[in-house]
Design a protein around this ligand. Structure first.
Ligand code: NAD
Ligand code: TYD
Length: 358
Protein backbone atom coordinates (compact mmCIF):
# COMPACT_ATOMS: atom_id res chain seq x y z
CA UNK A 1 0.00 0.00 0.00
CA UNK A 2 1.39 3.42 -0.97
CA UNK A 3 2.31 5.88 1.77
CA UNK A 4 0.18 8.81 2.93
CA UNK A 5 0.56 11.88 0.75
CA UNK A 6 0.86 15.44 2.02
CA UNK A 7 -2.59 16.19 0.60
CA UNK A 8 -5.61 16.99 2.70
CA UNK A 9 -9.21 16.23 1.78
CA UNK A 10 -11.56 19.09 2.64
CA UNK A 11 -15.33 18.58 2.41
CA UNK A 12 -17.64 21.57 1.95
CA UNK A 13 -14.76 23.69 0.67
CA UNK A 14 -16.99 25.80 -1.61
CA UNK A 15 -19.06 27.11 1.31
CA UNK A 16 -18.37 30.12 3.51
CA UNK A 17 -15.88 28.74 6.05
CA UNK A 18 -14.59 25.92 3.85
CA UNK A 19 -13.61 28.25 1.00
CA UNK A 20 -11.92 30.67 3.39
CA UNK A 21 -10.06 27.70 4.87
CA UNK A 22 -8.90 26.38 1.47
CA UNK A 23 -7.66 29.81 0.34
CA UNK A 24 -5.90 30.39 3.65
CA UNK A 25 -4.40 26.88 3.68
CA UNK A 26 -2.91 27.26 0.20
CA UNK A 27 -1.37 30.61 1.08
CA UNK A 28 -0.06 29.61 4.53
CA UNK A 29 0.66 25.86 4.37
CA UNK A 30 0.64 25.20 0.63
CA UNK A 31 0.23 21.42 0.49
CA UNK A 32 -2.40 20.21 -2.02
CA UNK A 33 -6.11 20.17 -1.24
CA UNK A 34 -8.80 17.90 -2.64
CA UNK A 35 -12.04 19.77 -2.22
CA UNK A 36 -15.21 17.63 -2.19
CA UNK A 37 -18.38 19.72 -2.29
CA UNK A 38 -21.89 18.94 -3.45
CA UNK A 39 -22.50 22.57 -4.51
CA UNK A 40 -25.85 22.98 -2.78
CA UNK A 41 -27.37 26.49 -2.85
CA UNK A 42 -24.66 27.42 -0.28
CA UNK A 43 -21.70 26.18 -2.30
CA UNK A 44 -20.22 28.76 -4.64
CA UNK A 45 -17.24 28.13 -6.91
CA UNK A 46 -16.81 31.89 -7.28
CA UNK A 47 -15.40 31.83 -3.75
CA UNK A 48 -12.52 29.81 -5.20
CA UNK A 49 -12.05 31.84 -8.40
CA UNK A 50 -8.60 33.05 -7.33
CA UNK A 51 -7.31 29.43 -7.24
CA UNK A 52 -9.17 28.18 -10.33
CA UNK A 53 -5.84 27.49 -12.10
CA UNK A 54 -3.84 26.51 -9.02
CA UNK A 55 -2.57 22.95 -9.51
CA UNK A 56 -2.56 22.42 -5.75
CA UNK A 57 -6.36 22.62 -5.67
CA UNK A 58 -8.44 19.76 -7.01
CA UNK A 59 -12.19 20.42 -6.90
CA UNK A 60 -14.59 17.47 -7.04
CA UNK A 61 -18.33 17.97 -7.09
CA UNK A 62 -20.01 15.30 -5.00
CA UNK A 63 -21.73 14.23 -1.82
CA UNK A 64 -19.96 13.18 1.39
CA UNK A 65 -22.58 10.42 1.55
CA UNK A 66 -21.51 8.97 -1.82
CA UNK A 67 -19.45 6.06 -0.49
CA UNK A 68 -18.03 4.96 -3.85
CA UNK A 69 -16.87 8.48 -4.66
CA UNK A 70 -15.27 9.02 -1.24
CA UNK A 71 -13.62 5.59 -1.34
CA UNK A 72 -12.15 6.36 -4.76
CA UNK A 73 -10.84 9.78 -3.68
CA UNK A 74 -9.19 8.35 -0.56
CA UNK A 75 -7.58 5.49 -2.52
CA UNK A 76 -6.37 7.76 -5.31
CA UNK A 77 -5.02 10.67 -3.26
CA UNK A 78 -4.09 9.00 0.07
CA UNK A 79 -4.65 12.20 2.09
CA UNK A 80 -2.96 12.57 5.47
CA UNK A 81 -6.07 14.27 6.87
CA UNK A 82 -9.77 14.68 6.17
CA UNK A 83 -11.42 17.90 7.34
CA UNK A 84 -15.21 17.82 7.37
CA UNK A 85 -16.82 21.23 6.82
CA UNK A 86 -19.69 19.94 4.66
CA UNK A 87 -23.08 20.53 6.23
CA UNK A 88 -26.44 22.13 5.93
CA UNK A 89 -25.78 25.12 8.15
CA UNK A 90 -28.71 27.54 8.37
CA UNK A 91 -30.99 27.28 11.44
CA UNK A 92 -34.00 28.90 9.73
CA UNK A 93 -33.80 26.45 6.83
CA UNK A 94 -33.64 23.57 9.32
CA UNK A 95 -36.90 24.80 10.84
CA UNK A 96 -38.64 24.96 7.46
CA UNK A 97 -37.24 21.61 6.29
CA UNK A 98 -35.08 19.45 8.58
CA UNK A 99 -34.68 16.48 6.23
CA UNK A 100 -31.62 17.70 4.32
CA UNK A 101 -29.95 18.39 7.68
CA UNK A 102 -30.42 14.83 8.84
CA UNK A 103 -29.33 13.51 5.46
CA UNK A 104 -26.09 15.47 5.16
CA UNK A 105 -25.11 16.26 8.73
CA UNK A 106 -25.98 12.89 10.26
CA UNK A 107 -26.21 10.25 7.51
CA UNK A 108 -23.59 11.94 5.29
CA UNK A 109 -21.11 12.23 8.16
CA UNK A 110 -21.75 8.59 9.04
CA UNK A 111 -20.97 7.45 5.47
CA UNK A 112 -17.88 9.65 5.39
CA UNK A 113 -16.69 8.20 8.71
CA UNK A 114 -17.24 4.66 7.46
CA UNK A 115 -15.13 5.26 4.36
CA UNK A 116 -12.43 7.05 6.33
CA UNK A 117 -12.34 4.20 8.83
CA UNK A 118 -12.00 1.66 6.05
CA UNK A 119 -9.17 3.70 4.44
CA UNK A 120 -7.44 4.20 7.80
CA UNK A 121 -7.64 0.51 8.69
CA UNK A 122 -5.44 -0.36 5.68
CA UNK A 123 -2.56 1.86 6.82
CA UNK A 124 0.65 0.81 8.51
CA UNK A 125 0.68 1.57 12.26
CA UNK A 126 2.91 4.61 11.92
CA UNK A 127 0.68 6.10 9.22
CA UNK A 128 -2.40 5.34 11.28
CA UNK A 129 -1.02 7.40 14.12
CA UNK A 130 -0.21 10.34 11.82
CA UNK A 131 -3.61 10.45 10.09
CA UNK A 132 -6.34 12.84 11.37
CA UNK A 133 -10.08 13.23 10.85
CA UNK A 134 -11.06 16.75 11.88
CA UNK A 135 -14.76 17.49 12.29
CA UNK A 136 -15.85 21.13 12.16
CA UNK A 137 -18.78 21.73 14.48
CA UNK A 138 -20.64 24.49 16.25
CA UNK A 139 -21.25 25.91 19.72
CA UNK A 140 -24.99 25.55 19.04
CA UNK A 141 -24.81 21.89 20.16
CA UNK A 142 -24.65 23.20 23.76
CA UNK A 143 -28.05 24.91 23.56
CA UNK A 144 -28.92 28.29 25.01
CA UNK A 145 -27.39 30.21 27.93
CA UNK A 146 -29.10 32.51 30.43
CA UNK A 147 -27.69 36.02 30.88
CA UNK A 148 -25.63 35.07 33.95
CA UNK A 149 -24.56 31.54 32.93
CA UNK A 150 -20.86 30.78 32.42
CA UNK A 151 -19.71 30.38 28.80
CA UNK A 152 -19.74 26.95 27.14
CA UNK A 153 -16.63 24.86 27.79
CA UNK A 154 -15.74 21.41 26.47
CA UNK A 155 -17.50 19.68 29.38
CA UNK A 156 -20.81 21.55 29.00
CA UNK A 157 -23.63 19.05 28.36
CA UNK A 158 -25.07 18.90 24.88
CA UNK A 159 -28.61 20.36 24.70
CA UNK A 160 -29.28 21.22 21.03
CA UNK A 161 -32.52 23.10 20.40
CA UNK A 162 -32.94 23.37 16.61
CA UNK A 163 -32.98 20.64 13.98
CA UNK A 164 -29.68 22.12 12.74
CA UNK A 165 -27.94 21.94 16.11
CA UNK A 166 -29.44 18.51 16.85
CA UNK A 167 -28.06 17.19 13.56
CA UNK A 168 -24.61 18.66 14.29
CA UNK A 169 -24.73 17.19 17.82
CA UNK A 170 -25.52 13.77 16.34
CA UNK A 171 -22.54 14.05 14.00
CA UNK A 172 -20.26 15.08 16.89
CA UNK A 173 -21.37 11.99 18.81
CA UNK A 174 -20.65 9.74 15.83
CA UNK A 175 -17.17 11.23 15.47
CA UNK A 176 -16.52 10.70 19.17
CA UNK A 177 -17.75 7.09 18.96
CA UNK A 178 -15.46 6.31 16.01
CA UNK A 179 -12.51 7.29 18.16
CA UNK A 180 -13.71 5.48 21.27
CA UNK A 181 -14.75 2.30 19.48
CA UNK A 182 -12.38 1.99 16.52
CA UNK A 183 -9.48 4.22 17.56
CA UNK A 184 -9.90 6.55 14.55
CA UNK A 185 -7.71 9.60 15.29
CA UNK A 186 -10.39 12.30 15.37
CA UNK A 187 -10.46 15.93 16.47
CA UNK A 188 -13.57 18.08 16.85
CA UNK A 189 -13.85 21.87 16.95
CA UNK A 190 -16.96 23.63 18.27
CA UNK A 191 -16.91 27.21 17.09
CA UNK A 192 -19.09 30.26 17.67
CA UNK A 193 -20.73 32.38 14.94
CA UNK A 194 -18.34 33.30 12.11
CA UNK A 195 -18.42 36.34 9.84
CA UNK A 196 -16.23 37.61 7.00
CA UNK A 197 -15.78 37.36 3.21
CA UNK A 198 -17.85 34.92 1.10
CA UNK A 199 -20.60 34.66 3.75
CA UNK A 200 -23.85 33.66 2.07
CA UNK A 201 -26.43 36.42 2.55
CA UNK A 202 -29.03 34.36 4.37
CA UNK A 203 -27.07 34.76 7.63
CA UNK A 204 -27.45 37.88 9.77
CA UNK A 205 -24.35 39.95 8.92
CA UNK A 206 -24.26 39.65 5.11
CA UNK A 207 -28.06 39.82 4.92
CA UNK A 208 -28.11 43.13 6.82
CA UNK A 209 -25.27 44.56 4.71
CA UNK A 210 -26.88 43.67 1.42
CA UNK A 211 -30.38 44.75 2.46
CA UNK A 212 -29.02 48.05 3.77
CA UNK A 213 -27.27 48.84 0.49
CA UNK A 214 -30.37 47.81 -1.49
CA UNK A 215 -32.60 50.13 0.59
CA UNK A 216 -34.55 47.15 1.97
CA UNK A 217 -35.78 46.54 5.57
CA UNK A 218 -33.23 45.18 8.05
CA UNK A 219 -35.11 42.32 9.77
CA UNK A 220 -34.54 41.84 13.50
CA UNK A 221 -36.09 38.69 14.95
CA UNK A 222 -38.05 39.28 18.17
CA UNK A 223 -36.53 41.91 20.49
CA UNK A 224 -33.02 41.71 18.98
CA UNK A 225 -31.50 41.05 22.41
CA UNK A 226 -30.24 37.54 21.54
CA UNK A 227 -26.48 37.25 22.02
CA UNK A 228 -23.94 35.59 19.75
CA UNK A 229 -20.14 35.34 20.24
CA UNK A 230 -18.72 36.52 16.90
CA UNK A 231 -15.42 35.31 15.40
CA UNK A 232 -13.75 36.53 12.21
CA UNK A 233 -13.63 33.57 9.82
CA UNK A 234 -9.84 33.62 9.30
CA UNK A 235 -9.37 33.29 13.06
CA UNK A 236 -11.53 30.16 12.89
CA UNK A 237 -9.29 28.89 10.06
CA UNK A 238 -6.13 29.46 12.13
CA UNK A 239 -7.74 27.62 15.06
CA UNK A 240 -8.53 24.63 12.84
CA UNK A 241 -4.93 24.54 11.60
CA UNK A 242 -3.67 24.66 15.19
CA UNK A 243 -5.96 21.81 16.23
CA UNK A 244 -4.98 19.74 13.18
CA UNK A 245 -1.31 20.25 13.86
CA UNK A 246 -1.14 20.04 17.65
CA UNK A 247 -4.52 18.96 19.01
CA UNK A 248 -4.70 15.88 21.19
CA UNK A 249 -6.41 13.01 19.39
CA UNK A 250 -9.96 12.33 20.56
CA UNK A 251 -10.29 15.80 22.12
CA UNK A 252 -12.77 18.57 21.36
CA UNK A 253 -11.76 22.24 21.27
CA UNK A 254 -14.09 25.20 21.67
CA UNK A 255 -13.23 28.15 19.44
CA UNK A 256 -14.55 31.66 20.05
CA UNK A 257 -13.68 35.30 19.91
CA UNK A 258 -14.80 36.65 23.31
CA UNK A 259 -17.04 39.01 21.33
CA UNK A 260 -20.51 38.67 22.80
CA UNK A 261 -22.91 41.09 21.09
CA UNK A 262 -26.67 41.41 20.91
CA UNK A 263 -28.11 41.16 17.42
CA UNK A 264 -29.31 44.75 17.70
CA UNK A 265 -25.78 45.91 18.57
CA UNK A 266 -24.41 44.08 15.54
CA UNK A 267 -26.98 45.66 13.24
CA UNK A 268 -26.36 49.13 14.72
CA UNK A 269 -22.60 48.68 14.19
CA UNK A 270 -23.13 47.69 10.54
CA UNK A 271 -25.41 50.69 9.96
CA UNK A 272 -22.90 53.06 11.57
CA UNK A 273 -19.99 51.78 9.46
CA UNK A 274 -22.09 52.07 6.29
CA UNK A 275 -23.22 55.59 7.27
CA UNK A 276 -19.54 56.49 7.30
CA UNK A 277 -18.31 54.45 4.30
CA UNK A 278 -21.31 54.77 1.99
CA UNK A 279 -23.57 57.62 3.27
CA UNK A 280 -27.12 57.55 1.92
CA UNK A 281 -28.06 60.20 -0.62
CA UNK A 282 -31.04 61.35 1.50
CA UNK A 283 -28.77 61.98 4.52
CA UNK A 284 -30.64 59.46 6.72
CA UNK A 285 -28.93 56.71 8.71
CA UNK A 286 -29.25 53.09 7.58
CA UNK A 287 -30.66 52.51 11.08
CA UNK A 288 -33.96 53.88 9.77
CA UNK A 289 -34.33 50.67 7.72
CA UNK A 290 -34.44 48.45 10.86
CA UNK A 291 -37.66 46.45 11.09
CA UNK A 292 -38.68 44.12 13.93
CA UNK A 293 -40.14 40.89 12.54
CA UNK A 294 -41.62 37.74 14.04
CA UNK A 295 -39.13 35.76 16.12
CA UNK A 296 -37.54 32.48 15.06
CA UNK A 297 -39.34 29.52 16.72
CA UNK A 298 -37.24 28.12 19.59
CA UNK A 299 -34.71 30.94 19.16
CA UNK A 300 -31.63 30.38 21.36
CA UNK A 301 -31.10 33.40 23.58
CA UNK A 302 -27.37 33.44 24.16
CA UNK A 303 -24.21 31.63 23.03
CA UNK A 304 -20.81 32.28 24.59
CA UNK A 305 -17.57 30.33 24.24
CA UNK A 306 -14.89 29.70 26.82
CA UNK A 307 -11.84 29.26 24.54
CA UNK A 308 -9.45 28.69 27.48
CA UNK A 309 -8.54 25.12 26.47
CA UNK A 310 -7.36 25.87 22.93
CA UNK A 311 -5.48 28.91 24.17
CA UNK A 312 -3.77 27.05 27.02
CA UNK A 313 -3.00 23.80 25.16
CA UNK A 314 -2.31 25.06 21.65
CA UNK A 315 -1.47 28.74 22.14
CA UNK A 316 -4.27 29.86 19.80
CA UNK A 317 -5.80 33.31 20.13
CA UNK A 318 -7.90 35.29 17.64
CA UNK A 319 -6.10 38.09 15.80
CA UNK A 320 -9.21 40.16 15.19
CA UNK A 321 -11.44 41.99 17.61
CA UNK A 322 -15.05 42.42 16.52
CA UNK A 323 -14.27 46.04 15.65
CA UNK A 324 -11.35 45.19 13.31
CA UNK A 325 -13.04 42.14 11.77
CA UNK A 326 -16.35 43.81 11.07
CA UNK A 327 -14.70 46.78 9.34
CA UNK A 328 -12.74 44.42 7.07
CA UNK A 329 -15.95 42.53 6.34
CA UNK A 330 -17.95 45.62 5.37
CA UNK A 331 -15.06 46.72 3.14
CA UNK A 332 -14.98 43.30 1.47
CA UNK A 333 -18.69 43.42 0.61
CA UNK A 334 -18.38 46.97 -0.72
CA UNK A 335 -15.38 45.98 -2.85
CA UNK A 336 -16.87 42.73 -4.19
CA UNK A 337 -20.13 43.83 -5.75
CA UNK A 338 -19.89 41.32 -8.61
CA UNK A 339 -19.75 38.42 -6.15
CA UNK A 340 -22.68 39.97 -4.32
CA UNK A 341 -24.73 40.45 -7.50
CA UNK A 342 -24.17 36.87 -8.60
CA UNK A 343 -24.97 35.34 -5.25
CA UNK A 344 -28.16 37.33 -4.81
CA UNK A 345 -29.71 35.93 -7.97
CA UNK A 346 -31.76 32.73 -8.33
CA UNK A 347 -32.24 30.31 -5.47
CA UNK A 348 -31.33 32.81 -2.80
CA UNK A 349 -34.19 35.14 -3.79
CA UNK A 350 -36.72 32.29 -3.57
CA UNK A 351 -35.53 31.52 -0.08
CA UNK A 352 -35.86 35.12 1.11
CA UNK A 353 -39.47 35.27 -0.10
CA UNK A 354 -40.31 32.06 1.79
CA UNK A 355 -38.59 32.90 5.08
CA UNK A 356 -39.80 36.47 5.46
CA UNK A 357 -43.39 35.71 4.38
CA UNK A 358 -44.01 35.01 8.06
P1 NAD B 1 -22.10 26.78 4.35
O1 NAD B 1 -23.54 26.43 4.37
O2 NAD B 1 -21.68 28.14 3.89
O3 NAD B 1 -21.29 25.74 3.45
C1 NAD B 1 -21.54 24.36 3.49
C2 NAD B 1 -20.88 23.73 2.26
O4 NAD B 1 -21.11 22.32 2.33
C3 NAD B 1 -21.47 24.21 0.93
O5 NAD B 1 -20.43 24.51 0.03
C4 NAD B 1 -22.30 23.01 0.45
O6 NAD B 1 -22.36 22.92 -0.96
C5 NAD B 1 -21.53 21.86 1.06
N1 NAD B 1 -22.36 20.66 1.25
C6 NAD B 1 -23.60 20.60 1.81
N2 NAD B 1 -24.03 19.33 1.83
C7 NAD B 1 -23.03 18.57 1.29
C8 NAD B 1 -22.88 17.18 1.06
N3 NAD B 1 -23.84 16.31 1.37
N4 NAD B 1 -21.71 16.74 0.51
C9 NAD B 1 -20.72 17.61 0.18
N5 NAD B 1 -20.83 18.93 0.36
C10 NAD B 1 -21.97 19.41 0.92
O7 NAD B 1 -21.59 26.49 5.83
P2 NAD B 1 -20.42 27.21 6.65
O8 NAD B 1 -20.99 28.37 7.37
O9 NAD B 1 -19.25 27.36 5.78
O10 NAD B 1 -20.13 26.09 7.74
C11 NAD B 1 -19.15 25.08 7.52
C12 NAD B 1 -19.12 24.16 8.72
O11 NAD B 1 -18.81 24.92 9.89
C13 NAD B 1 -20.46 23.48 8.99
O12 NAD B 1 -20.21 22.17 9.40
C14 NAD B 1 -21.06 24.29 10.14
O13 NAD B 1 -21.90 23.49 10.94
C15 NAD B 1 -19.80 24.71 10.88
N6 NAD B 1 -19.89 25.99 11.63
C16 NAD B 1 -20.39 27.11 11.03
C17 NAD B 1 -20.41 28.30 11.76
C18 NAD B 1 -20.87 29.59 11.13
O14 NAD B 1 -20.99 30.61 11.83
N7 NAD B 1 -21.13 29.64 9.84
C19 NAD B 1 -19.96 28.34 13.08
C20 NAD B 1 -19.47 27.15 13.65
C21 NAD B 1 -19.44 25.98 12.92
P1 TYD C 1 -27.68 33.51 11.92
O1 TYD C 1 -26.72 34.36 11.17
O2 TYD C 1 -28.77 32.80 11.17
O3 TYD C 1 -26.82 32.50 12.80
P2 TYD C 1 -27.29 31.48 14.00
O4 TYD C 1 -28.77 31.36 14.00
O5 TYD C 1 -26.62 30.22 13.59
O6 TYD C 1 -26.75 32.08 15.26
O7 TYD C 1 -28.39 34.44 13.00
C1 TYD C 1 -27.63 35.15 13.96
C2 TYD C 1 -28.60 35.81 14.90
O8 TYD C 1 -29.33 36.83 14.18
C3 TYD C 1 -29.66 34.86 15.44
O9 TYD C 1 -29.94 35.21 16.80
C4 TYD C 1 -30.87 35.12 14.58
C5 TYD C 1 -30.74 36.57 14.23
N1 TYD C 1 -31.30 36.98 12.91
C6 TYD C 1 -32.15 38.09 12.83
O10 TYD C 1 -32.46 38.75 13.84
N2 TYD C 1 -32.62 38.45 11.60
C7 TYD C 1 -32.33 37.75 10.47
O11 TYD C 1 -32.83 38.10 9.37
C8 TYD C 1 -31.43 36.63 10.57
C9 TYD C 1 -31.05 35.83 9.34
C10 TYD C 1 -30.93 36.29 11.81
Amino acid sequence: MSKLSKKILVTGGAGFIGSNFVLDWLSKVGTPVINLDKLTYAGNLENLASIAHDKRHDFVQGDIGDRALVKGLLAEHRPCAVLNFAAESHVDRSIHGPEDFIQTNVVGTFHLLEEVRSYWSTMATEEQSRFRFLHVSTDEVYGSLGAADPAFNETTSYAPNSPYSASKAASDHLVRAYHHTYGLPVLTTNCSNNYGPYHFPEKLIPLILLNALAGKPLPIYGDGQQIRDWLYVLDHCSAIRAVLEKGRVGETYNVGGCNEKTNLDVVHTLCDILDHERPKADGHSYRKQIMYVQDRPGHDRRYAIDAGKIEKELGWRPEHTFETGIRKTVRWYLDNQIWVANVTSGAYRDWVAKNYAR
